[in-house]
Design a protein around this ligand. Structure first.
Ligand SMILES: Nc1ncnc2c1ncn2[C@@H]1O[C@H](COP(=O)(O)OP(=O)(O)OP(=O)(O)O)[C@@H](O)[C@H]1O
Ligand SMILES: [Mg+2]
Length: 352
C-alpha cells in the first residue's frame, strides 16, 4: 500500500549502464467504488540516456497512468506493483515503487531529476503569481545556492532559450497574459530550470494549433540535444512519433502490444492494432473522397479481464478459439522488435 512505503528506498538494484530507467512488470490497479480497474498490465520498457521513447495508443489505454506512476503522482486509489528502477543523479539505482510518494526523497526527484509537462499548461501555473515568480520559486526550491537575483537571471535565460520574445517584459506577466503556445513554452522553461534527466511529455502539443505544435516539438528536440535528457513522449498521434522518437511502445488496454524502433514500427508493423493506427493516419496523397480508416469499437474498461488478447473483439484477424482464450506471449520479430500477437505464431508455423 502507498502509505506503507518508506521515505528511503533500498539501494543496490542493477540496471544496464546505458539505461536511466527500467520499468519491469509494472501493474497498476485503480480502486473505483466497488470495482477494480487493471489500468496497467505487466508493462516493461527501458529508457536509455538521451533516448526518446514514444508511448502511443488510443484514449484510455493506460499511457498517463503508466507515466504518472513513474513520477509518483497517481492518486491514492491507484496501487502499483513491479519495479521502476531509476538511476539518480548521484548514481544510485532506486526502485521508485518502494518510495513514499509524498516523502522528501520522491519530492526531490520529482522536478529536479524527473519532470513532466502536460497537455494543459494552464493547469500547471497558478493564476495569482507572475510567470517569473513561479519559475524562480522552482529554482529556489531545487537549488540551495540560488538567490532571488540569480534565480531571476536564470529565468530570463530560460525564457529566452524557449523562444519567448521580450522576456524582460514577459517575466513579470501573469499566466492569463500568455497565449497557449507561449504558456507551453513557459512550462518547458520551468522544466528546464530544474535540468531533469528524464522529461515525461504527456500530449504536450495536443492543445496547440499545428504551426505552434511543430515549433514546440522542434524546441524540445533542440533542448534535448543541448541538455542530453531522456524523453518519454506520450501521444495518440503516430505522426508526431515519427518526428520525435527513437523507439515506440504501442499500448492497448494497459499492455504494450508492440515495441520497436520508429523504423520497425512504421515500416514493418506486426500487430493489427499498430497497423490500424497507422492506417488511420491521414495521407497527403489521398483524395478527399477516400474515407479515413477507423478501428471499429472502443477501448473497453479494464475490469475483470480474462487472460486473452485485449484487442481480439476489435481485430479482423482474430483466431477463434485462440486469441479470446489464452494469454498472449511476446514474440520477437527481429532484435529490438517485439509483438504480442498470435498471428506471429501462425506465421512461424507457415514459414517453419
Ligand atoms: N484516477 C482515476 N480513477 C479511475 N479511473 C482512472 C483514473 N485514471 C485513469 N483511469 C482509467 O484508467 C484507464 C487508463 O487511463 P489513462 O488516463 O492512463 O489513459 P490514456 O492512455 O492516458 O488516455 P488519453 O489518451 O485519453 O489521455 C482508463 O480506463 C481510465 O478510465
Ligand atoms: Mg492520458
Amino acid at each position: 500500500m502507498k502509505h506503507n512505503r518508506k521515505d528511503h528506498a533500498q539501494d543496490g538494484y542493477q540496471i544496464a549502464p546505458e539505461h536511466i530507467l527500467e520499468v519491469k512488470d509494472l501493474n497498476v490497479h485503480i480502486n473505483v467504488d466497488d470495482y477494480d480497474l487493471h489500468a496497467v498490465r505487466g508493462v516493461n520498457f527501458s529508457l536509455k540516456n538521451g533516448e526518446t521513447l514514444g508511448l502511443v495508443g488510443e484514449s484510455g489505454c493506460g499511457k498517463s497512468v503508466t507515466s504518472k506512476e513513474v513520477l509518483g503522482i497517481n492518486p491514492s486509489n491507484c496501487k502499483g506493483s513491479g519495479q521502476i528502477l531509476y538511476r539518480t543523479k548521484s548514481g544510485k539505482v532506486l526502485n521508485l515503487l518502494e518510495l513514499n510518494q509524498d516523502g522528501a526523497v520522491y519530492r526531490a526527484i520529482r522536478g529536479s531529476e524527473i519532470s513532466m509537462i502536460f497537455q494543459e499548461p494552464m493547469t500547471a501555473f497558478s493564476p495569482l503569481y507572475t510567470i517569473g515568480n513561479q519559475l524562480a520559486e522552482i529554482i529556489l526550491l531545487h537549488d540551495p545556492k540560488a538567490t532571488k537575483a540569480s534565480a531571476r537571471e536564470r529565468v530570463l535565460e530560460m525564457l529566452k532559450k524557449v523562444g519567448i520574445a521580450n522576456p524582460e517584459k514577459r517575466i513579470d506577466q501573469y499566466p492569463h497574459e500568455f497565449s497557449g503556445g507561449m504558456l507551453q513554452r513557459a512550462l518547458i522553461a520551468m522544466m528546464l530550470c530544474c535540468n531533469p534527466d528524464i522529461l515525461i511529455a504527456d500530449e504536450p502539443t495536443t492543445a496547440l494549433d499545428v504551426t505552434i505544435q511543430a515549433q514546440i516539438l522542434e524546441l524540445m528536440r533542440s533542448l534535448q540535444k543541448e541538455f542530453g535528457m531522456s524523453i518519454l513522449f506520450i501521444t495518440h498521434d503516430l505522426g508526431t512519433v515519427a518526428n520525435m522518437c527513437d523507439n515506440v511502445a504501442v499500448m492497448y488496454l494497459g499492455e504494450i502490444v508492440e515495441y520497436g524502433t520508429v523504423h520497425q514500427i512504421f515500416h514493418n508493423p506486426q500487430h493489427p492494432y499498430t497497423k490500424g493506427l497507422l492506417r488511420s493516419l491521414p495521407k497527403m496523397n489521398e483524395s478527399r473522397e477516400e474515407k479515413l480508416y477507423i478501428i471499429n469499437g472502443i477501448v473497453p474498461l479494464p475490469v475483470d479481464l480474462p487472460p486473452c488478447c485485449g484487442f481480439y473483439d476489435r481485430c479482423e484477424y482474430c483466431i477463434e478459439g485462440v486469441c479470446p482464450n489464452r494469454t498472449i506471449p511476446e514474440f520477437t520479430v527481429e532484435p529490438g522488435h517485439m509483438v504480442r500477437c498470435m498471428l506471429m505464431e501462425q506465421g512461424e508455423k507457415q514459414h517453419g
